[in-house]
Unconditional design. Structure first.
Length: 226
């Protein structure tokens, strides 16, 4: 199974963002959390910052939108050059239509579930998305403890993927480190967001390779061939 490690720059030094991005050039994507202090109680990056990151990053951008009115704003992040844009189902009234607009621009599109949001909420529309993000913390802040009880949801998504044959990526975000990535990989996740586990390391590049190695060792799931 292909394993993807997407470091979150929420844990990086924003004053030296180009240098911080160069430290993770062996990652698959850079995970960019866009928060508006409305959908979640934190304020991070806006379009101008995302555009700057896109212009300087050596790897593609995986933008995770934690903002209100995503049907209005999400396509703009695809236009800024994000390789992937993830919507929160709780903040969109037209997830399928918005996904189509993002794809038409040329980006992949994901759908995210907060810990209290069941997979059944999106099961009927899951095939419209390239990635399903299972949040393993409450969205809003980095550094939170991994919620192991979310692994049942990851297993549910993995079982759906195997049964339906869709080539969706299964991403987990929140509290991912060398220990918790084992649980997530065993449950069926293949795409992992890690913040402090990467940027809190003396060698972010080594931390990425170590996480990738552990995830491969604990993965027992094959992605469907589509």
């Amino acid at each position: 199974m292909t394993v993807r490690i997407n470091p979150s720059i929420l844990s990086a030094d924003f004053a030296n963002i180009e240098r911080e991005l160069s430290k993770i050039d062996n990652a698959d994507f850079v995970h960019v959390d866009v928060m508006d202090n409305h959908f979640v109680p934190n304020l991070t990056f806006g379009p101008q910052m995302v555009a700057r990151i896109a212009a300087t990053s050596p790897i593609p951008l995986d933008v995770h939108l934690m903002i209100s009115d995503q049907d209005r704003w999400a396509p703009g992040y695809a236009e800024l050059g994000a390789a992937s844009v993830t919507l929160h189902v709780e903040a969109t009234t037209d997830p399928v239509g918005t996904a189509a607009r993002i794809r038409a621009i040329g980006s992949r599109v994901g759908i995210a579930l907060k810990p209290d949001t069941a997979f059944s909420t999106i099961e009927e529309i899951a095939h419209y998305f390239d990635q399903i993000l299972v949040m393993t913390v409450e969205p809003g802040f980095g550094g939170q403890a991994f919620m192991k009880n979310q692994m049942d949801k990851v297993r549910e998504v993995a079982a759906f993927r195997a049964k339906s044959g869709i080539g969706v990526w299964i991403q987990v975000d929140g509290g991912v480190d060398p220990t918790t990535i084992e649980f997530a990989a065993e449950a069926g996740a293949d795409t992992f967001v890690a913040g402090s586990a990467v940027y809190g390391s003396d060698s972010p590049a080594f931390a990425i390779e170590n996480l990738r190695k552990i995830a491969r060792e604990h993965s027992h799931h094959e992605e469907p061939h589509v």
